[in-house]
Design a protein around this ligand. Structure first.
Ligand code: PHE
Length: 464
């Protein structure tokens, strides 16, 4: 049953909302995942598809989610049900909310492990491990590789860092310390961007910037597989925090009079810029050190090489990883918020209990990812096309199945199910702008997602 709970909290301003939503969007997806999946999927063509997905699918779906949350003024499942009933349809549309909360929960179970790596790297940088690795220039890249290898093969280390991360996230959510975070986001996010730009400039000088630029922006479709297209689509959802409940939750707190379209575009631009700069900071190092793009394109493997050789590199490295931890933290908080808010509303738990229960579940599930990384046998169960271990399977299931499927349902819901006047009044756009967004929500997004799904499971091969 849907309880008639109404969210009465509001963001203090439009600015507070943009900060929170950007904090949720910018995270490990931009800094860790985007650079390495770009490497695995051949560069330029993948980047182009990813950008198209953000523009034509991601932004309209974000607008739809925020509008649903705002209209329903409730947690995702309730909000979707209310909006559906308001338009004379079934309350079963609550599934778009519940599915999102489930996806968010699964994502967080491996997100906390990767955030734990970043926390470990703060310590490594601070204790001079990166410059020590650089001492012998012939084995520099190898030494950094060993550092990473030792971390991910050590169950105790992964456990400690993951547990610390989970405890910190649960603490913040149970206390609801939004204000402190708001201030921190205000300073740390711009600081992260500035530092990232500085690191990019350093990489450009000492590394192979021309190759990196060509790798990222020369479009060669022969390097892109249909699986790569699905990964790009899934990542567009992941990086913008879509289809995981959170944008509906944040939409429910949105004050009247804030433009959903403008803020969505701003959030998407900020998120995309950070991802592209991260790529441009990492790949010059990858190419200069002869690493394979498909293996070395990750902040934990290539950037420490740069920190090892740059002046004051240990200090810069420490600062950088503190900011990565922070960026990951603001995303992790959003992910737990979505699960906790669900437990509070649907199960009537207190906020503290909800945070602890959701956090414990996430911690337990994170053991699967830790086991997968450290190569323990039980975590290597074969999940078929979803990948060889629990970590790969969770990543595949969320980013490549649940998020795009959620996006498909959300676009159909907003495009075809909710009354047009309702969508119109929430978006409050000029007529031509509204028509454009509706074409995207009704046709481009759903058909695009279906097309990619169908191709990646080979349905179209069968038909033709
Ligand atoms: N967008 C975050 C990132 O890119 C991850 C995330 C997904 C956060 C879904 C919230 C919800 O790191």
């Amino acid at each position: 049953m849907h309880t008639e709970t109404h969210v009465s909290n509001r963001w203090s301003s439009r600015y507070a909302y943009i900060l929170a939503a950007t904090g949720a969007a910018v995270g490990l997806g931009n800094l860790w995942k985007f650079p390495y999946i770009m490497g695995e999927n051949g560069g330029g063509a993948f980047v182009l598809v990813y950008l198209l997905c953000i523009l034509f699918i991601g932004i309209p779906v974000m607008m739809a989610e925020v509008a649903i949350g705002k209209r329903g003024r409730s947690t995702p499942a309730n909000a979707a049900a209310m909006v559906s009933v308001e338009s004379g349809h079934s309350s079963h549309w609550s599934v778009i909310g519940s599915m999102g909360v489930l996806a968010g929960f699964l994502i967080l179970s491996f997100y906390v492990v990767i955030a734990g790596w970043a926390a470990a790297y703060v310590l490594y940088a601070g204790t001079g491990e990166f410059s020590a690795a650089a001492a012998n220039s012939t084995t520099h890249a190898e030494a950094i590789g060993t550092l990473f290898g030792n971390l991910v093969s050590s169950i105790p280390q992964l456990l400690i860092w993951t547990t610390l991360t989970v405890v910190a996230v649960v603490y913040v959510i149970s206390k609801g310390v939004k204000d402190g975070l708001e201030t921190a986001v205000t300073y740390l996010m711009p600081a992260l961007l500035v530092l990232l730009i500085c690191i990019m400039c350093y990489s450009a000088i000492v590394g192979d910037f021309a190759s990196a630029f060509a790798f990222m922006f020369d479009v060669d479709f022969s390097k892109l597989t249909i699986k790569g297209v699905l990964v790009a689509l899934g990542h567009a959802f992941f990086t913008l925090s879509l289809a995981s409940g959170i944008m509906m939750v944040y939409g429910a707190y949105l004050p009247e009079g804030v433009s959903i379209a403008k803020t969505s575009i701003m959030i998407a631009i900020a998120d995309t810029v950070v991802a592209l700069i991260a790529g441009l900071a990492i790949y010059p190092i990858v190419f200069a050190h002869g690493l394979e793009p498909s293996a070395g394109g990750s902040i934990v493997q290539s950037l420490p090489i740069a920190f090892g050789s740059m002046p004051m590199g240990d200090f810069v490295g420490t600062l950088f990883f503190i900011m990565v931890v922070f960026a990951a933290f603001t995303s992790a908080i959003a992910l737990l918020e979505s699960a906790a808010a669900y437990l509070v509303e649907r199960q009537g738990l207190t906020r503290v209990k909800a945070a602890i229960i959701a956090g414990s579940g996430i911690w337990l599930l994170s053991l699967g990812t830790i086991g997968s990384l450290a190569g323990s046998e039980w975590a290597q169960i074969n999940f078929g096309f979803m990948g060889g271990n629990i970590f790969d399977a969770l990543d595949y299931l969320t980013a490549n199945i649940l998020l795009p499927l959620g996006g498909l349902l959300i676009s159909v819901f907003a495009g075809w199910i909710i009354k047009t006047e309702v969508v119109k009044s929430e978006f409050s756009l000029a007529p031509w702008q509204f028509s454009l967004v509706m074409v995207l929500l009704r046709f481009v997004a759903p058909l695009g997602i279906l097309f990619v799904f169908a191709n990646s499971v080979g349905v179209l091969d069968f038909i033709s």
